[in-house]
Design a protein. Structure first.
Length: 171
């Protein structure tokens, strides 16, 4: 029995379709294995998160990082201004013009957060300026960021122009 060219092409096409199906099934089964492994890891992470949440809600929980949300509910306008000014006084730097911006928003990753910004100029020795940064950082506001810092030396002293930004939960 002799096959025509058309029948040969159809046979070759049929074999190619069968081979493609076999390849797709092989790849699908491999992906299912990876999916199962990822699902197991996810279950482990979810169990850890649930345990942390349970520990945070326990009456005896004493770690404030587990009980207090990372971002405060309301923007800490007065707290930020007070923190900046008391840190400046305690570190011995001179404070130049201070400007507080109204509450704004900033997109970070997939979230949009409310922000409060204090723009200021401080002058002092390098250790005093570093002490100022340390005091603001350790001042109790967990979402404080220093931004747009410009440091200029002037005869053994330094002038720093900067913005201190505090972030709060979205509205």
């Amino acid at each position: 029995m002799k096959l025509t060219i058309f029948q040969r092409v159809l046979a070759a096409l049929g074999f190619a379709v069968l081979a493609a199906c076999a390849l797709l099934i092989y790849l699908y089964l491999g992906d299912q294995g990876r999916k199962a492994a990822l699902a197991a890891r996810l279950a482990s992470y979810q169990a850890t998160a649930t345990a942390l949440e349970t520990a945070a809600r326990a009456p005896g929980a004493n770690d404030p990082l587990l009980r207090v949300p990372a971002f405060p509910r309301d923007p800490p306008e007065l707290d930020l201004s007070t923190l900046v000014l008391t840190s400046a006084a305690a570190s011995g730097v001179s404070v130049g013009p201070v400007q507080t911006s109204p509450i704004g928003t900033e997109k970070i990753g997939s979230g949009t957060y409310r922000t409060v910004t204090v723009s200021l100029t401080i002058t002092g020795t390098l250790p005093q300026i570093l002490n100022f940064f340390d005091r603001v950082e350790q001042g109790g506001l967990r979402t404080v960021v220093f931004d747009n810092i410009r440091l200029t030396p002037e005869q053994g002293r330094y002038t720093a122009q900067l913005e201190v930004i505090a972030y709060a939960q979205p509205e």
